[in-house]
Design a protein around this ligand. Structure first.
Ligand code: ADP
Ligand code: AMP
Length: 215
């Protein structure tokens, strides 16, 4: 099964993708994670993407679609993909159709996480992750069970993203409204969009997504 998690920055895509990976053995394909890895490694893609990401603008369609194609090729046979943060433009949505068709597979569900924009700044400025395993947390909404120790791997180092500041979040929201939200009608026309209240508790959101995937 291949699904897209769609929603503005901070909607909970990464949080829910991590849960689907653990429960169903699917693969999370986050273009944001791929780009951050490229920036860290100093690759040509990373050098091009760094300043764009710091501003909260979108990296070029060609770059992100190429990254997705490469990652899909490394999936185990029959392994499902969770697209997290991709596609973000109509051009990327078209590329994804081509990429999937060329691998004899298709999209099964698009899950839209519906959230109040006012809540997103707080979600994003409070976000942090385990530096070792990448498990996501929040200062208020999802603290590790033991303060300072990762629930998943026991790691004690955590990190915050440089673009998780209020100014950049606002630009990212503008980009979402202008370029990403308009791709929903493409999937609505195919009858594959399931909508979830992303303002509910993390566990409730997970349960609602599971119901959509079971359909
Ligand atoms: P996205 O991947 O859509 O940008 P994340 O999954 O990283 O968003 O979530 C942003 C922050 O909000 C994280 O710190 C996460 O712990 C927290 N969060 C995610 N879902 C919820 C929720 N339903 N309620 C409260 N906080 C949440
Ligand atoms: P994310 O981790 O999804 O919040 O993405 C972080 C940043 O990476 C975004 O603000 C963009 O600059 C860039 N990015 C991630 N995915 C894409 C994409 N599909 N298209 C364009 N830019 C992207």
């Amino acid at each position: 099964m291949n699904i897209i998690l769609l929603g503005p920055p901070g909607a909970g895509k990464g949080t829910q993708a991590q849960r689907l990976v653990e429960k169903h053995g699917m693969r999370q394909l986050s273009t944001g994670d791929m780009l951050r890895a490229a920036v860290k490694a100093g690759t040509p893609v990373g050098l091009q993407a760094k300043a764009v990401m710091e501003r909260g603008e979108l990296v070029s369609d060609e770059i992100v679609s190429a990254l997705i194609g490469e990652e899909l090729d490394s999936l185990a046979p029959g392994q499902g993909a969770i697209f997290d943060g991709y596609p973000r433009t109509a051009a990327q949505a078209e590329s994804l159709d081509v990429i999937l068709a060329s691998r004899n597979t298709q999209l099964d569900h698009v899950v839209e996480l519906e959230v109040d924009e006012e809540a997103l700044v707080e979600r994003i400025t409070g976000r942090f992750t385990c530096a070792n395993c990448g498990k996501g947390y929040h200062d208020t909404f999802e603290q590790p069970r033991q303060l300072g120790v990762c629930d998943k791997c026991g790691g004690t180092q955590f990190k915050r993203r440089p673009d998780d500041n209020e100014e950049t979040v606002r630009t990212r929201m503008v980009e979402y409204r202008a370029k990403t939200a308009p791709i929903l009608p493409i999937y609505d026309a195919r009858g594959i969009v399931g909508r979830v209240n992303g303002m509910a508790d993390i566990d409730h959101v997970t349960a609602a997504i599971e119901r959509i995937l079971a359909d």
